[in-house]
Design a protein around this ligand. Structure first.
Ligand SMILES: *Cc1c(COP(=O)(O)O)cnc(C)c1O
Length: 355
């Protein structure tokens, strides 16, 4: 028998979350962001849940190929645009909308052999300082794109650095000042802005993490009032138990010492499955439906948990590492990371089932 670990992908949860997003964003259109193989869920697995999206946004051309092969006829947005001449030709063949964040990309598009003009998302760096034209070069870039016969529609795009912290005015002021009077649609909002900044939804929103039920801020209580559902659950079983006497330790480095006699359970899940090695003692974990805590260090293949709150648990007991009961952000935060990373880092060796 294989190890009893499985990741479940809840396709209906994605469909439901998309509905929640649509209701909050209307009348803006919705790009469902499925980069990084749908935040670790598998594009093919969640694809049936995306029918109501207006477009699918991603980064890799091979992901765009997969989405077209699945039969997607609506727009696909390549969020970082093209890098090589052949990418521009591929974007044409696949009918993609491409982000353009620098003159080099405009050159690639202008030079590419193409069957029809292409729609672009012209990106302004309004303060994130990763990709995009600075506010003072943006208008000239738009003029250039507008004059290019190879380019059809130009949507103005920018990305927020801290929409989860309530702080976007400084970027909006720059964006508005530099784009005022330029015609075309606008696309600004990531998940945090979809939830918390209705005023900037504009024409197209670009939610990612909330499609999968994660918190844009990495703090689960920040989305407690939003009816989102977890689209990924990681489950396993107890494969061993131990009874520690007071002062005995468990696991590598003897990092946890029992202060009294206590039962611990050994769970078939470790950092080689994508569970964060830095999860400290106290990280929540559910055994037989009861939330308890991790104790001792996370090792490659195993985690040890306190069975005090669940005395009936034993070998074969069901464990939820994250999912409905244990929010993924509540596992990520104590380990110093965010739900996004745990979803994306689910290890290859974990069997995945779409349900
Ligand atoms: C990843 C990404 C998004 C989605 O971000 P979330 O925080 O997951 O909603 C939106 N826009 C761009 C440009 C992105 O790269």
């Amino acid at each position: 028998m294989p190890r009893p670990i499985t990741a479940y992908i809840h396709v209906d949860a994605v469909r439901h979350n998309l509905e929640v997003i649509k209701q909050r964003s209307a009348p803006a259109k919705v790009w469902a962001v499925v980069k990084a193989n749908a935040y670790g869920h598998g594009i093919e697995r969640i694809y049936p849940a995306l029918a109501a999206a207006d477009g699918i946004a991603l980064l890799d051309l091979d992901e765009a190929v997969r989405v077209r092969e699945l039969g997607w006829k609506k727009p696909i947005l390549l969020l970082e645009g093209v890098f090589k001449p052949e990418d521009a030709e591929m974007a044409d063949a696949l009918g993609l909308t491409v982000a353009v964040h620098c003159d080099e990309q405009l050159d690639l598009i202008a030079a590419a052999k193409r069957s029809r003009p292409i729609d672009i998302y012209l990106k302004m760096n309004s303060g994130m300082n990763r990709l995009g034209y600075t506010p003072d070069t943006f208008r000239a870039a738009w003029e250039r794109a507008h004059a290019a016969p190879s380019i059809r529609e130009i949507t103005l795009m920018s990305h927020f650095a801290s929409a989860d912290a309530g702080d976007i005015d400084w970027q909006m002021n720059r964006f508005e000042a530099a784009s005022g009077g330029i015609p075309g649609q606008r696309s600004l909002s990531n998940s945090a802005a979809v939830l918390w900044h209705k005023a900037v939804h504009r024409n197209w929103v670009r939610p990612g993490i909330i499609l999968y039920g994660g918190s844009p801020s990495g703090v689960s209580r920040d989305i407690a009032d939003v009816p989102l559902r977890a689209s990924m659950s990681l489950v396993s079983e107890i494969i061993g138990t131990q009874t520690l006497r007071a002062d005995e330790t468990v696991g590598y480095g003897r990092a946890f010492t029992a202060d009294r006699e206590m039962r611990i359970g050994v769970v078939a899940c470790g950092y080689a499955d994508g569970y964060p090695r830095h999860a400290p003692a106290g990280t929540p974990i559910a055994v037989d439906g009861i939330v308890t805590r991790v104790v001792g260090r996370v090792s490659m293949d195993m985690i040890t948990v306190d069975l005090t709150p669940c005395p009936a648990a034993g070998i074969g007991s069901k464990v939820e590492l994250w999912g409905d009961q244990v929010k993924i952000d509540d596992v990520a935060a104590p380990a110093g990371t965010i739900g996004y990373e745990l979803m994306c880092a689910l290890a290859r060796r974990v069997p995945v089932k779409a349900v």
